[in-house]
Design a binder for this molecule. Structure first.
Ligand code: DGJ
Length: 748
């Protein structure tokens, strides 16, 4: 049991292992929020909210002569609009009479075992054992607009999922102009926000800022969750660090226009509102129709960022990702993109595959350029028919030859796009998103297909099925290489054009769902020019996402560090690419590129035939090591040991198996010093009393003369180790720990 209802006090307490979340009904019927924080028990915390008369904060009619209760100062669960709360609203409407008023009051509640669902949208899933749910029914008594607030409590994960359903019971047509997935009011504290901004080739860069008075917004209106902002933020106490302090991670299971807004009000109270971006959003609800918001996740930690991330990582792995590869080891792949770009033919691909197979690679992924007229990025998108000029016999014989080498075969698609120079565009120009009378904006020379349309999705489904049925394809990379604009669908009436962006995302989800159902054994990888659609919603459809088009291992240290706050290693698409790197020109040792790629799905993206024999040996060694460490890396607990934005000298991270029997630490030197001082590094997450065998590697070789061969968990965590000194740019070290009673065998 994790949901407790005190009917007499009209109090709702949601309890997880380490946190308490409490709401209660005010005598006016307004649903108030009292507390979210470290576990307190179930007694009422309503005293935390003191009502007093605040000038220019008016009082609702039910308050009568009491001037102390105001919607403008009350901590609420879901704020209304235009009725006296001047802070961020959760819901926006245009009522039939042209007004924007919504004033919600509590009506009733229902409790259930298990998890509520979402129609046509990603949602955290689980059985009756995993979660308990509560729905609170609210209503605007003047218009009869109904709002249901859904909560599921994940006791073991210290996590609460939330979503909202808005039902038009007004009897008249209504425009919904905002429908947040959640609101969180915090009564006091020194709160800061950690958010993740970026750009193409540099996604999810953490930035921590003090919440100022007034509003801040982290959002996307690009049609995808975007490279620029991520639908995940962390509210944290001023003092919070990796292992200390309170924090609340808030994420959205949504891959489109989103907004996470904060406001620090006149009384220093904090409000956070998260959901679909209200800009360009206007959803028409006819009488009786309802609107479901995307789901939001809140994860609490009273002990710093590390446990917050680890809890979320577990949830993503166990209750968001789906399919055959959710928990199975994924094949080590080679992708031809950076090896050939568009310039390939069957011979070249087979050559790459052969070289890779000899070194232990398990799958070849054929990237962009295999279809239509596609020799550059200005043509061919939409024509999902093999280009027999490049691949003479088509995909089937190619896949067979690749399979004969012992490799699986994977393929790239960019379903949502069309090139003007394509047969598809010539046949259906109206399928491209464009506003009548205007020339659409091109991105990478391409236009966006109207994914709100069923006929467009049916076409894509048929074309993709024809390809996937033709050859033995065991992996698909679904790319999306531009932001959306010129929002307009020829099939929507003028008053419904404001539904375009949300319907676009629902369309993408629907196509994913159909394909996944038809091909349950395919490993799907999401991608949007790297990590432009790296969000919890996407992970419901693809258990991994290409993390960034920046494959430079040193840049990836920062990108993958930021990504790790919300997303587990098993979701992070990461490859070893050529040196000098194609995005930066930086040269990085092969070993370092390997361990950085291992902090992800691991694969290669270069022509391995061009490597020296010494490097080829390293490839085989890396693949063996990755397979050996797979469980600890992908299913273990992840620790950020340094912050690459603060420590300019080295970046370190650690994986610890769930039973604490094994740990692996990777350290990359980012700036070598002459006459260097010694640096220490403390491990985390070990068993204090256990003895661990310590094996140190630098530059891919075991350090033979290392002094401490067996150390206790306490020593490793409190005294730590000395960071191995390295010589030369960007060298790396690896430290492998094995508990003495652990059955696992370290390398000889
Ligand atoms: C962007 C992706 O992120 C790359 O990996 C590659 O697939 C290109 N698109 C192909 O156009």
């Amino acid at each position: 049991m994790a949901v407790y209802v005190n009917q007499i006090q009209q109090l709702f307490t949601l309890e997880t292992k380490n946190s308490t979340y409490q709401m209660g009904v005010h005598p006016t019927g307004v649903l108030l929020h009292y507390y979210y924080g470290r576990k307190t028990g179930r007694e009422s915390l309503d005293y935390l909210y003191e009502c007093y008369d605040v000038g220019f904060s008016g009082n609702p009619d039910e308050a009568g002569t009491d001037r102390t209760f105001s919607l403008d100062t009350a901590p609420q669960e879901y704020s209304g609009s235009c009725v006296g709360d001047y802070r961020l609203n959760s819901i926006g409407v245009r009522n039939a009479d042209g007004t924007g008023a919504v004033d919600l009051r509590f009506i009733s509640y229902e409790q259930s075992k298990g998890k509520y669902g979402r129609k046509g949208m990603p949602a955290v899933y689980g059985s009756e054992k995993d979660a308990d749910s509560l729905v609170l029914h609210l209503k605007d008594k003047a218009t009869c607009l109904a709002v249901d607030l859904w909560y599921s409590v994940w006791e073991d994960y210290d996590l609460i999922t939330r979503a909202v359903t808005v039902r038009n019971e007004t009897g008249r047509t209504l425009h919904l102009t905002k429908a947040a997935s959640m609101l969180l009011d915090i009564l006091y504290g020194d709160w800061e926000i950690l958010h993740f901004h970026g750009r193409h080739c540099m996604e999810r860069q953490p930035e921590r800022v003090v919440l100022p008075h007034g509003r801040m917004a982290f959002e996307s209106n690009r049609g995808t969750s975007s490279h620029q902002h991520n639908p995940f933020v962390v509210l944290c106490d001023r003092r919070t660090q990796e292992d200390f302090g309170e924090c609340i991670g808030v994420g959205l299971l949504y891959s489109g226009n989103f907004s996470i807004q904060t406001e620090k009000d006149q009384l220093n109270r904090i409000r956070l509102v998260a959901g679909i971006q209200e800009k360009d959003f206007d959803f028409v609800l006819e009488p009786g129709e309802e609107f479901e918001t995307p789901e939001a996740v809140m994860v609490y930690s009273g002990d710093g960022f590390t446990p917050m991330s680890q809890k979320l990582h577990r949830l993503v792995r166990e209750h968001i990702c789906r399919g055959k590869y959710k928990l199975a080891r994924r094949p080590v792949l080679i992708n031809n993109w950076e090896a050939t770009y568009f310039d390939f033919n069957e011979e070249k691909i087979l050559d790459i595959a052969k070289g890779a197979a000899e070194l232990g690679v398990e799958m070849l992924v054929l990237d962009d350029g295999w279809f239509g007229k596609r020799d550059a990025d200005n043509s061919g998108l939409g024509d999902w028919i093999v280009n027999t000029g490049k691949l003479k016999g088509g995909l089937k014989p190619l896949a067979e030859k690749i399979n004969a080498l012992g490799l699986k075969f994977g393929l790239w698609f960019e379903p949502e796009m069309v090139s003007e120079d394509s047969d598809l565009y010539r046949a259906h120009p109206d399928w491209a998103v464009q506003i009548p009378g205007r020339k659409p904006c091109r991105g990478r020379f391409q236009l966006v297909l109207d994914m709100t349309r069923k006929d467009v999705r049916d076409y894509l489904f048929d074309m993709m099925c024809a390809v996937l049925d033709e050859a033995n394809i065991e992996y698909v990379k679904w790319d999306m290489n531009r932001s959306v604009c010129d929002a307009y669908s020829a099939l929507l009436p003028p008053e419904r054009q404001g539904e375009f962006y949300h319907r676009y995302v629902l369309g993408v989800y629907e196509l994913y769902e159909r394909l996944i159902a038809r091909y349950p054994d395919i490993l799907w990888e999401g991608c949007s020019g790297g990590g432009g659609r790296f969000d919890l919603g996407q992970l419901y459809y693809t258990p991994q996402i290409w993390c960034s088009d920046d494959t430079d291992a040193i840049e990836r240290l920062k990108i993958q560090y930021g990504t790790s706050f919300a997303y587990p290693i098993s979701t992070v698409g990461s490859h070893v690419s050529a040196s000098p790197n194609h995005q930066t020109g930086r040269s990085t040792p092969f070993e370092t590129r390997g361990i950085v790629a291992m902090a992800g799905t691991f694969g290669y993206e270069l022509d391995l035939n061009l490597l020296s024999d010494e490097e080829k040996g390293r490839v085989t060694g890396q693949i063996e090591r990755f397979k050996k460490y797979y469980d600890v890396i992908h299913f273990g607990d992840y620790y950020r040991l340094t912050d690459p934005f603060e420590n300019e000298l080295f970046t370190a991270w650690e994986y610890v198996s769930r039973d604490k029997g094994e740990a692996l630490v990777h350290i990359v030197s980012t700036h070598v010093l002459a006459n260097t001082p010694q640096f220490g590094l403390r491990f985390k997450g070990l068993q204090e009393e256990a003895q661990y065998e310590v094996q140190v590697w630098t530059d891919g070789k075991i350090v033979k003369n290392q002094k401490a061969k067996v150390l206790s968990g306490a020593v490793l965590m409190h005294a730590g180790i000395v960071v191995p000194a390295v010589w030369g740019d960007y060298k790396c070290s690896e430290i492998y720990l094995k508990r003495r009673d652990c059955a696992c065998e370290p390398e000889k």
